[in-house]
Design a protein around this ligand. Structure first.
Ligand code: NAP
Length: 423
């Protein structure tokens, strides 16, 4: 139970629903995905063998619009995980108020072990299997862990062949210049930053000089770190899957650190002074190495888990010193850990608000494709800020009205909007 995301998603919904008088049939509908699609792909490998892969698409709910959510390629993908992620998409899309329902999919595979050709054949086979079930007004996939703009382009291409018409709006997260939107790459990190700023403002706190530690330095974590530093936060610790660094007075040159990680494959040892990044600068900067998990329990004001699910569990929740947890990953906090954080008085800005910037700009991409428009980056960012600020205000107001956590409040906002769409 502690780590089962589907059980957690259900428990979170029931906790919020207990504050509302919702029709039992609505709750029953939310508990069961509309459709569960399971497919097998027989893929020719480079060495002449044929390998069989298993893929999923869960279409959780389309009360507010077409199913929408990413495709994940990971060895741990299974039906319970995909069901929970699809459910969270339904809730997230209602919180951020885009006209989409929720869906999610994936393939049980370690894509790092495939050649580029194998990855393309697998993706195209998956797209052929999914083609009868997806479409711009039916279900619109997007990237998630280990899926890229190039993978989205292959799906668009294969879908176009299946239906006999190029259809850019069938997927989002495409490369800019090939139907993608300006600002999609930055969107999730930037959206998290906007959510943090608005919640900090609403709760009457200042932000300048607050210390932050970020777990995960991929797409989401790296942009979040950059925007926070620019706004005057002190980013003191970063980690990736292999290690991390902690510099209490603040990490000065995030660009140099990112380039160092790019070169060496890890953040570990990326102590940068000028253009030189290595361990020899550690003492000079007053820094030290940390493990991927230690980043969460340092003496900081904000921690932002921006890697995978189940980062904060009953084992490490009590050791978290930060007063604010900004959930950039999906489902980073288990139920037990959430309760421990609540008792400690930590404010958790929940994933379904904090990381909704990605799907907000996916909606903008879909909209541009459907209307033949191309928006400038600054317009995308302005519209993103408007969406996130409005969602943060609605969630904060519900947390005051019902005297509940921001997570429960976000569910309350979403469940009300979803039940309004149903009845
Ligand atoms: P990503 O680019 O693949 O980056 C993931 C980062 O997490 C990498 O730096 C990775 O380390 C690190 N990591 C993996 N396992 C770790 C561990 N055990 N401890 C510490 N760090 C670890 O993925 P992403 O797009 O940033 O997504 C991160 C999270 O945000 C996921 O939960 C995703 O579902 C969620 N999210 C993403 C988006 C989006 O638009 N991208 C939108 C909504 C939600 P290495 O660099 O060493 O591999």
């Amino acid at each position: 139970m502690e780590n089962n995301p589907w059980e957690r998603a259900r428990a979170q919904m029931h906790a919020a629903a207990s504050h509302l008088s919702l029709p039992p049939a609505f709750i029953e509908r939310m508990e069961k995905p509309d459709h569960v699609i399971e497919v097998s792909m027989h893929v020719p490998m480079d060495d002449g063998r044929t390998e069989v892969f298993h893929g999923y698409r869960v279409q959780h709910n389309n009360l507010r619009g077409p199913y929408k959510g990413g495709l994940r390629y990971h060895p741990k993908v299974d039906m319970d995980e995909v069901k929970a992620l699809a459910f969270w998409m339904t809730v997230k899309n209602a919180v951020i108020d885009v006209p989409f329902g929720g869906g999610k999919g994936g393939i049980t595979v370690d894509p790092k072990k495939l050649s580029e050709g194998e990855l393309e054949r697998l993706t195209r086979a998956f797209a052929r299997e999914l083609a009868p079930y997806i479409g711009p007004e039916i279900d619109v996939p997007a990237p998630d862990v280990n899926t890229t703009p190039k993978i989205m382009s292959w799906i668009r291409d294969e879908y176009g062949k299946a239906v006999g018409k190029d259809t850019p709006a069938v997927v989002t997260g495409k490369p800019v210049g090939a139907g993608g939107s300006e600002g999609r790459t930055e969107a999730t990190g930037l959206g998290g930053f906007y959510a943090l700023m608005e919640i900090v403002r609403l709760s009457g706190r200042g932000h300048s000089g607050l210390k932050a530690a970020i777990q995960g330095f991929g797409n989401v974590g790296s942009f979040l770190a950059g925007y926070m530093k620019e706004a005057g936060f002190r980013v003191v610790a970063l980690s990736d899957s292999k290690g991390g660094l902690y510099i209490p007075k603040g990490i000065d040159d995030l660009k140099a650190v990112a380039e160092c990680k790019e070169r060496s494959g890890t953040l570990a040892g990326c102590y940068c002074v000028g253009s030189v990044c290595d361990l020899s600068n550690m003492e000079l900067l007053g820094g030290r190495d940390i493990s991927p998990k230690e980043v969460l329990t340092l003496p900081v004001d904000i921690v932002a888990p921006s890697a995978l699910e189940n980062a904060i569990t009953k084992e490490n929740a009590a050791a978290i010193q930060a007063g604010i947890v900004l959930e950039m990953a999906n489902g980073p906090t288990t139920l037990e850990a959430d309760e421990i954080l609540r008792k400690k008085g930590a404010m958790v800005i929940p994933d379904i608000l904090a990381n909704a910037g990605g799907v907000a700009v996916s909606y903008f991409e879909w909209y541009q494709n459907m209307h033949g428009e191309t928006w400038k980056k600054q317009d995308v960012f302005a519209k993103l800020k408007e969406k996130i600020d409005a969602a943060a205000r609605a969630v904060f107001a519900a947390s005051e009205e019902y005297s509940v956590s921001l997570r429960e409040a976000a569910y309350i906002v979403a469940l009300k909007r979803l039940s309004d769409a149903a009845y």
